[in-house]
Design a protein around this ligand. Sequence first.
Ligand code: PEP
Length: 246
Amino acid sequence: MRKLAAGNWKMNGTAAALAEIAALNARYDSAPVDILICPPATLLSRASDTAGPAIATGGQDCHAAHSGAHTGDIAPDMLKDAGASYVILGHSERRTDHGETDATVRVKTVSALNTGLTPVVCVGETEAERDAGQTLDVIRSQLAGSLPDGLDGAQIVVAYEPVWAIGTGRVPTHDQIEEVHNLMRAELVARFGDSAAETRLLYGGSVKPGNAAEIFALSNVDGALVGGASLKADDFAGIIDALAQA
Ligand code: PEP
């Protein structure tokens, strides 16, 4: 499987930020890993035009419907039309800020797949859940609820993002990351069969150029979902290069 370095720009970036994508494009004619940038929707079309052949673009969310009376929402078809090939779904900020549930994420995942987008489905425990010893149960339950039946594992990407590690500079121990990633692989194989060996499992939460290599050395870590460190081409390139060498 090709590993994946995915950048989530969240609600950051105006036209000037396209220079960062241009810089990545200049650096990677082709790359031994897949590279993805998910800019704000306002930049998606221009980001797709700027990105070049080695860099894919994606949305940060989509509606489950393909069109209709949903003011402010974006259909997966619109993301695709703007050049996207991926969409992040169920990020903890969507779950917290917009009340998204596993069921919401599941219907969006179906819709994204039907539109030809690769969903990057996010799961992760809160700090309180980890402290209560519930991490593995939370991950099992989010995977079970957020993914539809009958998937081909190669069609989806799953990101493990402990909520308490996002944007905080705090990272789980290597054992904690491996424990969750090994569990996710086993759960996916049990549900979707051998094809789940092809599901890219990303770790996300305060990944930086300085800690990327040690995270990418862990079992069942097939890449990263990166927030803050994806905003600057030089930082993101440090992570991409670490993944390429893993
Ligand atoms: C994220 O938003 O998905 C994320 C992992 O953010 P950061 O890398 O900034 O922790």
